[in-house]
Design a protein around this ligand. Structure first.
Ligand code: ADE
Length: 421
């Protein structure tokens, strides 16, 4: 954990944190600086084996400033949100001593010592897959371990929240509720775990990363515009979401998939309706997103009960939650029928994550994709195929919360220099 000399020592910690997808959406802040939301939200944590952030943090008397490297490039830590997290963590740091290695850091010292942060997302930051949720959760979790912060995950979630709202939900695995809270200082705006990842482990999640040429409105400015101009958002926050939160908690407890799917789709649709109700209107979904909704709606109707739920965040990517492996297999066949890769794409990089779903779907090569028959629900109304409209698919599932990686080989920081490996 540290180098030998008392003056040159470097202490470091590495952690891995998942991303999450909201099934009852967070949209709208009541305090922009503290990141306090206007409604509760509920999310599913995604398996970090497929989507995660890994962050190493280090402290040393030799460091002259706080520095961060994200996905191989040095970036500034001077932004208000990073600074809020660093300040909150430093104020909660505890004494640390390792006599053998000659390291002694008192609570007071933490205020003066600088940190280095090296972080990687195992998915493209630009893909719009809530990288800031996993990223800020990982930053807070790893620094809390390094600084010997003796707070539980809920307290840490309130710190992560100040870095990126939805990051607070990435402090837990499984199903997580972000309680909006009432206090002006945000102390009760925290995440709590509703159920762990084993509670409902037959769910399978397929993410369609949708190709997009359009520059999207950032969530921060989109939310601000919605709060200022949308009449619908007030109705949503006061009347709709409080009831949905109660229902969703019950549905998750009972693992009632049809009710889960109906609520998840309805809440995604209302969030996008709020975006359309904003001045100027915000369009996060595109034609491909709409085609995916239509494919799911047609199939669910044809089956008579929901097989899959869709949800879309502030971008065109679809997150599709299927009831079980059988439904996920049938879903993937449909998705590959409508959205095959371009002919020169390698199938292996077109469907990533849990490849066993692809195998179960009987698809090994491009010729298997080409041979897919139109789904039975489209018999009366033949539908076109749209090669190239989806960049790739990620097959995943509900996953666990943050962990410390103890194997030194997993550290992203060189223990001698304190710089990225
Ligand atoms: N924003 C996006 N990804 C991040 C990461 N891994 N660490 C900190 N901030 C981020």
């Amino acid at each position: 954990m540290a180098a030998e000399s008392s003056e040159k020592w470097i202490l470091n910690v590495t952690a891995q944190t998942p991303t999450n997808i909201a099934v009852i959406k967070y949209w709208g802040k009541r305090d922009e600086d503290l990141i306090l939301p206007i409604n509760d939200s509920i999310s599913v944590t995604l398996d970090p084996n497929h989507l995660c952030t890994t962050t190493s943090v280090a402290v040393s008397p030799a460091f002259t400033q706080d520095r961060m490297w994200l996905n191989g490039k040095e970036v500034s830590l001077s932004g208000g949100r990073y600074q809020n997290c660093l300040r909150e963590l430093r104020s909660r740091a505890s004494d640390f001593e390792d006599e053998k290695k000659g390291i002694k850091i008192t609570k007071k010292n933490w205020e003066k010592l600088h940190v280095h942060v090296v972080s990687y997302n195992n998915f493209p930051t630009a893909a719009g897959l809530a990288s800031s949720a996993a990223g800020l959760a990982c930053l807070v979790f790893s620094l809390a371990k390094l600084m010997n912060v003796k707070e539980d995950h809920s307290k840490l979630s309130a710190i992560a929240r100040q870095g990126s709202g939805s990051a607070c939900r990435s402090l837990y695995g499984g199903f997580v509720k972000w309680i909006m809270g009432k206090e002006e200082n945000g102390s009760d705006s925290i995440a709590v775990q509703l159920a762990d990842e084993k509670h409902w482990d037959d769910l399978v999640i397929i993410i369609a990363v949708v190709s997009s040429r359009q520059k999207e409105t950032s969530s921060t400015s989109g939310m601000r515009d919605s709060v200022e101009t949308s009449p619908l958002i007030k109705h949503r926050a006061k009347e709709v979401v409080p009831k949905r939160i109660i229902e969703m908690e019950e549905v998750i407890r009972k693992r009632d998939f049809p009710a889960f799917a109906r609520l998840t789709c309805a809440d995604s649709n209302q969030f996008h309706a709020v975006c359309l109700d904003t001045l100027p209107p915000i369009f996060y979904m595109n034609d491909t997103s709409h085609r995916i909704i239509s494919c799911v709606e047609k199939w669910n109707r044809h089956e008579g009960s929901p097989q899959v739920a869709y949800t879309f965040d502030a971008g065109p990517n679809a997150v599709l939650i299927s009831h079980n492996r059988k439904a996920a297999t049938l879903l993937l066949q449909r998705l590959l029928f409508y959205f095959p890769p371009k002919s020169d794409t390698d199938l292996n990089s077109y469907v990533i994550g849990d490849k066993t779903i692809l195998k179960d779907a009987g698809i090994q090569e491009m010729k298997d994709v080409e041979a897919l028959a139109p789904p039975p629900e489209t018999k009366e109304n033949p539908t076109q195929r749209h090669p190239g409209d989806v960049s790739y698919f990620i097959c995943t599932r509900p996953g666990r919360g943050p962990v410390v990686l103890t194997d030194e080989s997993q550290s992203l920081i060189n223990p001698e220099t304190g710089l990225p490996k």
